[in-house]
Design a protein around this ligand. Structure first.
Ligand code: FES
Length: 125
């Protein structure tokens, strides 16, 4: 798992990622976290190690990427902002489902998270 990024490695090894976030984890809080259990998710196909109760939005930020989507008009970068389900700036494609609020979605082993760029395709669903 040499190429798996953790929050610590993403920050301490900026050459591993194109963009470097300035986020770092606070002190360990739960028994699961203290036991060192992790969940591997994939952000734009790059493996990222997260703790079991982290959100998909946190995975994007932990991966070192500075934004999770771009706007439909103007292609401006947007990143998770409120982290509590209010602003909708964290919309992501999660396991093939578009426009999912990343901050309200808990990571699962093997979860595929993709950033969204500009307008979504109409699916007819
Ligand atoms: S970060 Fe605001 S709704 Fe997700």
């Amino acid at each position: 798992m040499d190429n798996v990024l953790t929050a610590k490695s993403a920050i301490s090894s900026p050459s591993d990622v194109k963009e470097v976030a300035t986020f770092k984890r606070l002190a360990t809080r739960t028994e699961t976290e203290q036991a060192g259990k992790t969940v591997t998710v994939y952000v734009d196909d790059q493996p990222v190690e997260m703790q079991p109760n982290d959100s998909a939005a946190a995975a994007v930020l932990t991966s070192g990427l500075r934004y999770g989507r771009t706007t439909t008009v103007g292609n401006s970068a947007r990143a998770p902002y409120c982290m509590m389900g209010v602003c909708f700036e964290c919309l992501l494609e999660i396991d093939g489902i578009e426009n999912v609020q990343g901050c309200m979605t808990t990571v699962q082993e093997g979860m595929r998270i993709k950033r969204q760029h500009q307008a979504r395709e109409l699916s007819g669903r």
